[in-house]
Design a protein around this ligand. Sequence first.
Ligand code: C5P
Length: 231
Amino acid sequence: MSNKEIIVALDFDSPMAALKLIDQLDPDLCRIKVGKELFTASGPSFVQDIISRKFDVFLDLKFHDIPNTVANSVKVAADLGVWMVNVHTSGGARMMESAKEALISYGVESPLLVGVTVLTSLSDKDLMLIGIERNVQEQVASLALLAKKSGLDGVVCSAEETKTLRSMLPRDFCLVTPGIRRAEDPRNDQKRTVGPREAILNGSDYLVVGRPITLADSPASVLSELNLAIG
Ligand code: C5P
């Protein structure tokens, strides 16, 4: 293992708070996720700043729009130099295909393009209320297959879904899994969690870890424990 399976979620509302954590992390031992909160607070120059410190950045902005807008947006993300970027698979096959096509000219420098299937905050009932009759599991599986068919490199999925998706999809289709907790970690608002080792054994390629690292007294020690657990 390369010891870079852990993606630390920088869920902060200011660049100062994020940098305080970044200063304690080693880019050879983790990657970084910048989501909507931090991106809205600190913008693209902050992302470039993290990249210049040699961190691989997953830009988690979950693009969902008409194909042209999403294609142009992932291109701008690629120009920033991010390692991974994502879209909502429910934006449809044409949207995903356009996003993938927009990245072709980047060749080996292209960011990985992954899709969000069903947000883990949604239940079967929530899907019904927006007119989707399949249950969450069926909808996740269907959208993951569509993502693969549309050329995406992988999907973000809950730890509960990893095993099923891994059995349906080729090994090089990457699965990115949040909701990771060691036995001793508080669950916070995560309902369904798995341990780091179990997640990897279930077929996850990358583990997104936020609060167990960001709220720790020693983030670097927690990171090395997590790396040891999956090593
Ligand atoms: O602090 P914690 O480890 O729960 O953080 C998990 C990260 O993964 C957060 O940035 C959260 O927004 C993200 N995420 C998630 N569940 C999803 C998709 C993303 O927890 N289904």
